[in-house]
Design a protein around this ligand. Structure first.
Ligand SMILES: [Zn+2]
Length: 107
């Protein structure tokens, strides 16, 4: 996670707590979770103790609950074309013997 990642989430790096170097990080992350810090995005109890590397601030804790972690984690990998997804759905419906109508908001 970078400064740009934090800012895209509306998190000000200067407001975060310093995080330790990588070597003891996992042990420190477990301690961080036990301390029950609130999620930076919604205020619920955090269940993930991430670390951001920010140029002016160094390593910082990024505490998030699981729903916020999932909602704000970028998805990697190439996206399949919509046509491939529609074709796969039609094939699955045909194999299952059910009628299928797909309505899209494009074209
Ligand atoms: Zn949250």
């Amino acid at each position: 996670m970078t400064d740009a990642d934090l800012r895209s989430l509306g998190i000000e790096p200067a407001a975060l707590d310093p995080a330790p170097p990588w070597t003891p990080r996992w042990e420190a992350a477990i301690e961080r979770l036990r301390a029950r810090h609130p999620c930076l995005l919604c205020g619920q109890r955090s269940s993930a103790a991430g670390v951001a590397e920010v140029a002016e601030h160094g390593r910082l804790w990024v505490d998030r609950c699981m729903p916020c972690l999932v909602a704000t984690t970028p998805r990697g990998g190439p996206q399949a074309p919509v046509e491939d997804t529609v074709t796969a759905l039609h094939e699955s419906a045909r194999e299952a013997g059910v009628a299928l109508t797909i309505v899209t908001d494009g074209e």
